[in-house]
Design a protein around this ligand. Structure first.
Ligand code: HGY
Ligand code: MN
Ligand code: MN
Ligand code: MN
Length: 383
């Protein structure tokens, strides 16, 4: 059994659900167990483990944050019933790549907290705190579906921006590819599409499902349904992507017309102008429809990420050395947040079906091993 297969078998059962997908929410038992695994891997390599007060975990070969250090790694948390590769592959690969490089190479491995935003609603929360992109007070007050705040889960007020970030020579995140474009084992990221999440609250009048005449209704579920269709249509027209994958209704009873429907729009486009136009069009059409339905729409931008273009020179150098293609992605990553502060690159490992955020996500062991070799090459020679 290869070193990769061995480590993969160690973490595979942690947080796996009956669906075959994973329930690895930030700072819950499965993710905390993976952090213990992380510490054990670091100890096996005499690496020093530090935490940054934001929930991010680091393992260092040499002095923590030593000037010239290259940081690699990814995240442990998953979307509900997500695949096992999205995030953990970057951390497992980092430990195995460190085993292969020069012993005097200064390297750090990160496990960033709440990258998916699956528990507290803001993606890349740990890397946004670490880079000072989000206010620690706002982060601390974010709550999960049980009303637990991020500050409570963390057990402290988040520390916020770390000045040490300026000492890093580069950041390299390895991640499973989540599109369908990569036809060779390893690719290099050029950019991340602008993307964001908008919470849409449709307020209406709760009433009896059986006795209320259709003409007397102010049913927010109707306006919500229209908004979902508008998002789909506008995205297709714009060559962009839009999804409403999460919805809540109050009182959420079969025989009650809802008083409130809350849906989250995830929208993404190749450039910010297209993204802005897409979201504006959806909000405009849904607001017009609310006028006809006698409902009210409130839209809250929960997190928006602008254009992320990775360090071109670094990406070109890596792609040339690895003889790998360079390609954009529609998925957000911690590396996208870090790229605004440190020369940053991403390596993608082929995902034959491209399916992700699903139990069906998969990468072959051979491609994962190729990713580890590529990461070792980059850490050793190219940063
Ligand atoms: O949603 C994303 O783009 C990433 O998987 N967090
Ligand atoms: Mn993801
Ligand atoms: Mn990810
Ligand atoms: Mn990531």
């Amino acid at each position: 059994m290869s070193e990769f297969a061995k480590l993969w078998a160690e973490i595979a059962p942690i947080g796996r659900a009956g669906s075959g997908g994973y329930l690895r929410y930030a700072l819950t038992t499965p993710e905390l167990t993976l952090r213990d695994w992380f510490r054990a891997q670091a100890a096996r390599r005499d690496m020093t483990v530090t935490e940054d007060g934001n929930g991010n975990l680091f393992a260092w070969r040499g002095e923590p944050w030593a000037p010239g250090t290259v940081l690699t790694g990814s995240h442990f948390d998953s979307v509900p019933h997500g695949g096992g590769y999205d995030g953990p592959l970057g951390i497992v690969s980092a430990f195995l790549a460190v085993d292969k490089i020069d012993k005097d190479r200064k390297v750090g491995i990160a496990a960033f907290v709440e990258e998916e935003g699956g528990r507290f609603g803001v993606p890349c929360l740990g890397s946004r705190l670490f880079t000072g992109v989000i206010d620690p007070e706002r982060a601390a007050a974010l709550t999960d579906r049980d009303g637990v705040t991020f500050g409570e889960a963390l057990g402290r007020r988040p520390a916020g921006a770390l000045p040490e970030i300026g000492q890093l020579a580069a950041v390299i995140e390895l991640h499973i590819e989540q599109g369908r474009a990569l036809e060779v084992p390893v690719g290099v990221a050029s950019a991340i599409w602008p993307h964001g999440r908008w919470r849409m609250d449709f307020a209406g009048v709760g009433d009896h499902a059986g006795t209320t005449r259709m003409t007397d209704r102010r049913d927010p579920m109707l306006t919500f349904a229209f908004a979902v269709l508008a998002a789909n249509k506008e995205a297709r027209l714009a060559g962009a992507h839009a999804t409403v994958g999460r919805v809540q209704a109050e009182p959420n009873a079969t025989n009650a017309i809802p008083s409130l429907v809350r849906g989250w729009l995830d929208a993404r486009a190749a450039d910010t102008a297209t993204l802005d136009r897409l979201v504006d069009a959806v909000v405009k059409k849904a607001t017009e429809r609310a006028g006809r339905d006698g409902t009210e729409l409130t839209v809250t931008a929960e997190s928006v990420t602008g254009e992320v273009t990775f360090d071109n020179e670094l990406a070109e150098r890596i792609a040339a050395r690895l003889k790998a293609p360079i390609l954009p992605t529609g998925a957000g990553h911690d590396a996208g947040v870090l790229s605004g502060h440190v020369p940053t690159a991403m390596l993608f490992v082929r995902n034959p079906t491209g399916v992700s955020h699903s139990p069906a996500e998969h990468a072959s062991d051979a491609d994962c091993e190729a990713g580890i070799e590529a990461l070792a090459t980059v850490l050793d020679d190219l940063t």
